[in-house]
Design a protein around this ligand. Sequence first.
Ligand code: Z5A
Ligand code: MG
Length: 217
Amino acid sequence: MSPRAPFIVIEGLDRSGKSTQCTTLINRLEAAGIPAKLLKFPDRTTTIGQMIDAYLKSQSELDDHLIHLLFSANRWELASTIERLLREGTVVVCDRYAFSGIAFSASKGLPFEWCRAPDVSLPAPDLTLFLDISPEAAMARGGYGEERYEKREMQESVRRIFVRLAEEMNGEGMGDSRSAWITVDASQTMDDVSEAMWAHVQPMIGGTHRPIGRLWA
Ligand code: Z5A
Ligand code: MG
């Protein structure tokens, strides 16, 4: 049986350069002749995604629990597509995933385990690259402050929860859903960040015979 492609998630704080680096990574994979697909969460194009978009732009108000469930539902909308692509041999690169879901909602005060529950059993990434940057350095970058979560206290709390998730993902007790979580210093130049990421992606591009994992299951 031919190997399946790896599932790579890019996470990080706001303005850490996730979208920039996802595009660079996809271009690099395609230039090497490797089929690759970029997905982004929230996917604002679906009906659920449009509700999330209106909420993020403060055009609508939703209960904190409800918006959390919509973010998760937005991932489940694409779960079977992710699995199909991986089995077909297409590397899936995902701009944010369930970790953002937990980090942002728990920062608003919702219980951590309640936040995790709806994402349990989603396809698990084989590699999560976490772009780490201080909230101060992120704020100095373009576009900061236009959406509702782009406030300093929120970003500091989000960062603490990402650190907790990182420890868990690399820890014992994750069973089959254990996957590598690598923290990358996102305050470097764009080229240095993409080189640091490539060093972890390149060894995976031949594919894997490991079954697709289930997140936290
Ligand atoms: N959210 C949630 O609550 N629950 C969930 O389940 C999910 C998300 C999935 C929107 O996300 C919000 O949804 C987000 C989390 C919440 N909350 N907030 N705030 P989004 O992913 O759509 O957000 P975005 O609008 O794409 O912004 P971003 O992701 O925060 O930015 P980024 O992708 O990390 O950065 P970038 O766009 O690549 O770069 C930002 C700027 O910095 C740009 O001008 C670049 O040219 C510059 N840049 C990038 N890299 C560098 C370096 N290395 N040096 C200097 N300048 C750089
Ligand atoms: Mg982005």
